[in-house]
Design a protein around this ligand. Sequence first.
Ligand code: RIB
Ligand code: CA
Length: 313
Amino acid sequence: MTPRKIIIDTDPGQDDAVAILLALASPEEIDVLGITAVAGNVPLALTEKNARIVCELAGKPDTLVFAGCDAPMKRKLVTAEHVHGKTGLDGPQLSAPTMPLQDQHAVDFIIETLRTEPSGTVTLCPIGPLTNIAVAFERAPDIIARVQEIVLMGGAYFEVGNITPTAEFNIYVDPEAAKIVFGAGVPLVVMPLDVTHKALTTKPRIDAFRAMKTPVGDMVAAWTDFFERFDMEKYGSEGAPLHDPCTIAYLIAPHLFAGRHINVEIETESPLTLGMTVADWWRVTDRPANALFIKDIAAEGFFELLATRLARL
Ligand code: RIB
Ligand code: CA
């Protein structure tokens, strides 16, 4: 099977870091053409630095990392240091990266890659706010039809919001960008909180990372130890939801996931419900389906895949 060519658009973030590690540990299925950083969990200067730290941790310093948009399309940036810490990768002590940041802007890299790779062969995996993707689509509408698929982490229906009562963080930070991406007509797979909240880093699962006795295993255990406190306090859950790795796991093992093709619209007007993904799960409207909205995961299988692959690094 030829590996799937992907661009990971990301705002590391501990869970983003695990997603990047999983992708870089899976060359049979995934060919990471580049990693594009966006402002989100923490400002862009940190997300691009964190992306490089993770690539070096994976032993892949030749990975192309690009800095993208430092603010949403129309709004002030909202960050999430309360979840991810000041650096965005709080938990363990980390040294500064030595691998280079690419000079090219992330949006130009996305446009150029989609124009030069054969049409329909590049998948976009946004796991942060959708600013870079939406700006690329606005600046170069010709690339939209050339995207193979978008597999993103964002939104919620049954779980409703995690940053406001009605909105999930990635969508809330840049709802105008999300509206552009969800309305672009590209085949879309959405990993909302409904599924990611079933991928919890319970103690046995974190112990499995630690039992690897590798720098990657120790780092992932330290990140999840730090990252889980927010969700455990808020939801009383027995661990943190590993949101972003669900997108990469879907590319490697789609059988681990189940969902429905439904219509999903983005609220961009109401201050009360700004950034809500209005998911027609019960198909009560005649709005056309535009997304495979994932609701279930085989969590044990997901964590087995994660542990097996991360142990390779
Ligand atoms: O709401 C969860 C999402 O917001 C994840 O992508 C996490 O990294 C943060 O960006
Ligand atoms: Ca993220």
